[in-house]
Design a protein around this ligand. Structure first.
Ligand SMILES: Nc1ncnc2c1ncn2[C@@H]1O[C@H](COP(=O)(O)OP(=O)(O)OP(=O)(O)O)[C@@H](O)[C@H]1O
Ligand SMILES: [Mg+2]
Length: 311
C-alpha cells in the first residue's frame, strides 16, 4: 500500500561516546502503512524514534515529514506527528481526562471538541470507566493505554509507537493491535517498534530488522522470508553440554545457533529430513524435544546475527 512517502529517514547516525547507537538507518513510510522496526534490546530503535520525532538531533542524516525537515518546534510537523514513547509520560497526580485535556491544549485544542475527542479515545482503550480517577491509581498497563491516547489526541497523520504493548495483558494487546490496524486503514502512517517477532509479523506491512544500529534486512514478510536460506530449521530442546562438539559434526546439518537448552540446526545438502531426524535421535544424548520449524522471521534473525531474538 506504499504511495508517496510521508516520512523519509535518510542515512541517520547517532553515537553516544563510543556507542554507535544508530549507524546508518534509512527508510520511508507511506500513508496507511504500518512499518515495523524489529530488534533486540539496545538495537537502536528508541534512538531512531527520538531522531525521527525531532526530540534528538542526529550526528548525520535527515528526516522529513510531508516534505518538511523534522523539527519539533515547527507547528506543521508537530500537528502531523503523534508520538507514544517507550517511557510513559503521564502525570500521576492528574486524572486521565485532565492528562488528555492538558495534552490536547498543547495542540491548540479545547472546549467541547476536545472533550468529545477525549471521550472517544478513552472508550477506544477501555478506560472510559476510570476517566475521573487519578492516574496514580492506575495499573502499569492502564497507564500505557492512556499513553497511547495522548499520542492520538490531535489525529496525527504519522503515528510513532515505541514498544506500545510492553507490560499490557494479552487482551489489551489484541485490542491495541486492532486499533492500530484501524488507524492505518484510515490512512495513518504508523512506525511500530517492537522486539516481539509475532507482533511485527502480525501487524506490519513492512519490517526493518535492526541490530547494533544497523538495518540488517528490510521488506515485506514475503520478501524477508525469501531471504532465509534454509528450507526448515531443526530445533532441539534439552540439555546440551557446551563442551560436546558432536552437534558440529553431524553430517548434513549445520548449527546456526546454540544455547545450553536450545539448538537450531539447518539442513545442508539434499539428505531427506526423516533420515536426518532419526540420525539425530539415535546419536545425540540429552534431547528432550525436537521440532521442525518453517522459515520465520526468527530464522532470518538467526541467519543474520547467529543469535536468537527472544520474545
Ligand atoms: N542518552 C543516551 N546516552 C548514552 N547511551 C545511550 C543513550 N540512549 C541510548 N543509548 C545507547 O544506545 C544504544 C541503543 O539504545 P536504544 O534505546 O536506541 O535501543 P532500543 O533498540 O530502543 O532498545 P530497547 O529494546 O531496550 O528499548 C544502547 O547501547 C544504549 O545504551
Ligand atoms: Mg527502546
Amino acid at each position: 500500500m506504499m504511495s508517496t512517502p510521508l516520512v523519509q529517514v535518510h542515512h541517520i547516525r547517532k553515537s553516544f561516546g563510543p556507542i554507535e547507537a544508530v549507524r546508518d538507518v534509512s527508510f520511508a513510510l507511506g500513508p496507511g502503512e504500518i512499518f515495523g522496526l524489529l530488534g533486540p534490546n539496545g538495537a537502536g530503535k528508541t534512538t531512531t524514534v527520538r531522531i525521527m520525532t525531532g526530540s534528538m538531533r542526529p550526528d548525520a542524516g535527515r528526516v522529513t515529514i510531508g516534505g518538511d525537515e523534522i523539527s519539533p518546534t515547527t507547528p506543521r510537523v508537530r500537528a502531523r506527528l503523534g508520538v507514544v514513547p517507550q517511557q510513559i509520560t503521564v502525570y500521576d497526580e492528574l486524572t486521565a481526562r485532565d492528562n488528555l485535556r492538558f495534552w490536547g491544549r498543547l495542540y491548540g485544542m479545547g472546549g467541547a471538541f476536545l472533550d468529545g475527542r477525549i471521550d472517544e479515545l478513552l472508550a477506544m482503550v477501555g478506560l472510559d470507566g476510570r476517566a475521573k480517577d487519578r492516574v496514580a491509581t492506575y495499573s502499569g498497563g492502564m497507564k500505557r493505554r492512556l499513553n497511547l491516547c495522548m499520542g492520538l489526541i490531535h489525529r496525527p497523520k504519522v503515528l510513532v509507537l515505541d514498544e506500545p504493548t510492553l507490560g499490557i495483558d494479552p487482551q489489551a494487546r489484541l485490542l491495541l493491535l486492532e486499533r492500530v490496524r484501524a488507524l492505518a486503514a484510515e490512512g495513518t502512517a504508523v512506525l511500530y517498534t517492537t522486539h516481539y517477532l509475532e507482533e511485527a509479523e502480525s501487524i506490519c506491512a513492512r519490517i526493518a530488522i535492526i541490530d547494533h544500529g544497523t538495518v540488517l534486512a528490510m521488506g515485506t514478510m514475503d520478501e524477508l522470508l525469501r531471504m532465509v536460506h534454509h528450507r526448515e530449521l531443526i530445533r532441539l530442546h534439552g540439555a546440551f553440554d557446551p563442551a560436546n562438539t558432536f552437534l558440529e559434526r553431524i553430517p548434513g546439518l549445520r548449527v546456526v545457533s546454540r544455547e545450553t537448552h536450545s539448538v537450531a540446526l539447518e539442513p545442508i545438502g539434499d539428505a531427506p529430513l526423516p533420515a536426518l531426524l532419526s540420525a539425530l535421535l539415535e546419536n545425540l544424548p540429552g534431547v528432550a524435544g525436537i521440532a521442525v520449524e518453517r522459515p520465520t522471521l526468527q530464522s532470518l534473525f538467526i541467519q543474520l546475527t547467529g543469535r536468537e531474538l527472544r520474545e
